[in-house]
Design a protein around this ligand. Sequence first.
Ligand SMILES: C[S@@+](CC[C@H](N)C(=O)[O-])C[C@H]1O[C@@H](n2cnc3c(N)ncnc32)[C@H](O)[C@@H]1O
Length: 257
Amino acid sequence: MQDARLEPSRAGSGVPHAWRERLRRRARRSARPAWLGTIRRTKPLSDEWGRDRGTPIDRYYIERFIGEHAHLVRGRVLEVMSSEYTYRFGEGVEVGDVLDIDADNAAATFVADLATADAVPSEAFDCFILTQTLQYVFDVPAALRHAHRVLRPGGTLLCTVPSVSRIGRKYLETEYWRFTASACSRLFGDAFPGGAVDVRARGNALVCVAFLMGMACEELRARELEPDDAYFPLVVTVRATKAPVGVPEGEAASRPQ
Ligand SMILES: C[S@@+](CC[C@H](N)C(=O)[O-])C[C@H]1O[C@@H](n2cnc3c(N)ncnc32)[C@H](O)[C@@H]1O
């Protein structure tokens, strides 16, 4: 595609074509004008992912994902920061543990960095809810090795990661990553050998823009939230099931969930 900014230096050698292209682009802008309205601003409408206006848009996908897998949130469950989703969605939860790197978190039953979480017992949990946390862990493969280690055979990791998001106010120095579905397939596939990994990219161009601008879920329609565009994901969801005991590597991947 020709770049209109190159036109002056190309004077005399492609000007008619460049002008035609410029007119075509102007016609496209007129035919489909972009009315930015209240989001024509350089600061978002909310400084809290839209929480002060309603439900943050990423939560639409995160909570649907956990809700769809409620039957897997059972037995002994580990969650990061709080056990909110454990008890809100869980079916038959026996114990709800909380992991956090933050020693000031009174809810934490394990204070550890997930990337070096040797203090968390092996094969202890039926489910690990790891939502919106891996972007803060520099060594993601190490974190996933621990996530896999702490699960019982047949246990499930329910993980979500941001593809698009602002950087949290407290996290300018420690928020490291955004994720694609392809990266997740490789990272989780490597960490769960012989297990079953299901990766989904959720969201579309509109919800990405709305989320960055701090709009809330309630300001969008279901028909705007629901369509997924693989090229414009907001959130990536991953269900990773640890291979059951005795299942040879590779076989568990084809088992129905
Ligand atoms: C934004 S919260 C997300 C968790 C929450 N369950 C949710 O869905 O919003 C991020 C949490 O991860 C914790 N955290 C950040 N880095 C961590 C690490 N390396 N290991 C364990 N927890 C970490 C933070 O202290 C914080 O409690």
